[in-house]
Design a binder for this molecule. Structure first.
Ligand code: NAD
Ligand code: UFG
Length: 339
């Protein structure tokens, strides 16, 4: 049973590949390495003790995709490949629409041509825009405030239309909340390019001494301590959600939209404290003005995932911080020292 994992060398893809292989699936990783290192795959191979079929290619290139489907019998695709930097998407919208949307159109066309009609897509809680209340369930209205978010919304709609046109498709749209953490071995993890935009990688780099201090974007939100509240989810829990979705996908023909979150919200300062405890390092911070486009509070109602996938996130904030710290400490420069 071969599973194609697009973007499988990236942060979430590499963790999911481990769990898929441990569950007995044969995995084909397809990646153009625009935001990943081959070293991550080498380390995944070491963790699972098996070789991985790795194909270097671009989802925007149909020939690259055709080769994969012609040389392998693919049962389902887990589609992680995409660009994800919100700020960059505002500056270079066409790059995002081309990579994320055109890439997904190509992928679905090649899948159709090869009669593979089963896909799990990486969507995001960003599609909820500024939610009126929390927790957020899957029926909440959707909207987008930047090209990255819009690319996720468009792809969701496109996949729904695809199903309407051909009901033999099986489609799962997974809306991730805030993935953090790393594999417990500390050998793979998130390796941001340049200065991290996201909170936990920035905290980790501050704790390890690569950054002087954390800028806390606003402490005047309507939250318990005034800083932004998010639903941080351990990447291994998130990866497990994909394995569960893959088990489920054979049992239905429809489009399923599922939140993957914990249902808990933590503030920026909660995360700073938890990380200081886990790392036994000080994380200095300064309160700054709000960051444009940020919302006060965002956390999931995870009940549907529990009901439909029999999945729930298990790992605590403590484990998220400890595992991030192990990865950061062992790899202060990410994969770059081994490239
Ligand atoms: P990542 O950048 O680590 O992984 C994405 C992978 O896709 C990278 O390995 C990259 O090289 C590859 N890729 C990009 N464009 C490609 C193309 N045209 N052809 C082939 N490969 C390509 O990101 P991640 O955090 O692992 O995210 C995976 C998916 O989940 C993305 O679609 C992202 O938008 C989505 N997502 C991520 C988050 C998050 O906070 N990490 C939150 C919600 C949704
Ligand atoms: N924050 C800081 N300082 C930083 C970075 C972040 O105070 O240096 C704060 C933010 O203001 C926010 C919280 O930490 O309150 C989390 O910020 P992140 O950038 O880590 O995450 P976001 O919730 O803003 O966005 C993330 C992804 C998006 C995705 C969204 C929903 O970056 O791509 O989750 O899934 F769309």
């Amino acid at each position: 049973m071969k599973i194609l994992v697009t973007g499988g060398a990236g942060y979430i893809g590499s963790h999911t590949t481990i769990l898929l292989m441990e569950a007995g699936y044969e995995v084909i990783v397809f990646d153009n390495f625009s935001n990943a290192s081959k070293e991550s795959i080498k380390r995944v191979e070491k963790i699972v003790g098996k070789d991985i079929t790795l194909i270097e290619g671009d989802i925007r290139n149909k020939e690259d995709l055709q080769k994969v489907f012609q040389s392998h019998q693919i049962k389902s695709v887990i589609h992680f490949a995409g660009l994800k930097a919100v700020g960059e998407s505002v500056e270079q919208p066409l790059k995002y629409y081309d990579n994320n949307i055109s890439g997904t159109i190509n992928l679905c066309e090649v899948m159709t041509e090869n009669n593979c009609k089963s896909i799990i897509f990486s969507s995001s809680a960003t599609v909820y825009g500024e939610p009126k209340t929390t927790p957020i369930d899957e029926s909440f209205p959707t909207s987008a405030t930047n090209p990255y978010g819009r690319s996720k919304l468009f792809i969701e709609e496109m996949l729904r239309d695809l199903y309407i046109s051909d009901s033999s498709w099986k489609i799962v749209l997974l809306r991730y909340f805030n993935p953090v953490g790393a594999h417990e071995s500390g050998t793979i993890g998130e390796d941001p390019n340049g200065i991290p935009n996201n909170l936990v990688p920035f905290i980790a780099q501050t704790a390890v001494g690569k950054r002087d201090y954390l800028r806390v974007w606003g402490d005047d939100y309507n939250t318990p301590d005034g800083t932004g509240v998010r639903d941080y989810i351990h990447v291994v829990d998130l990866a497990k959600g994909h394995v569960k979705a893959l088990e489920k996908i054979d049992t239905f023909n429809k489009v399923m939209t599922i939140n993957l979150g914990t249902g808990n919200g933590y503030s920026v300062l909660d995360m700073v404290q938890a990380f200081e405890k886990a790392s036994e390092k000080k994380v200095p911070y300064k309160i700054m003005p709000r960051r444009a486009g940020d919302i006060a509070t965002c956390y999931a109602d995870p009940a549907y995932a529990k009901k439909i996938l029999n999945w729930e996130a298990k790992r605590t904030i403590k484990e998220m911080c400890e595992d991030t710290w192990r990865w950061q400490k062992q790899n202060p420069n990410g994969y770059k020292d081994n490239e």
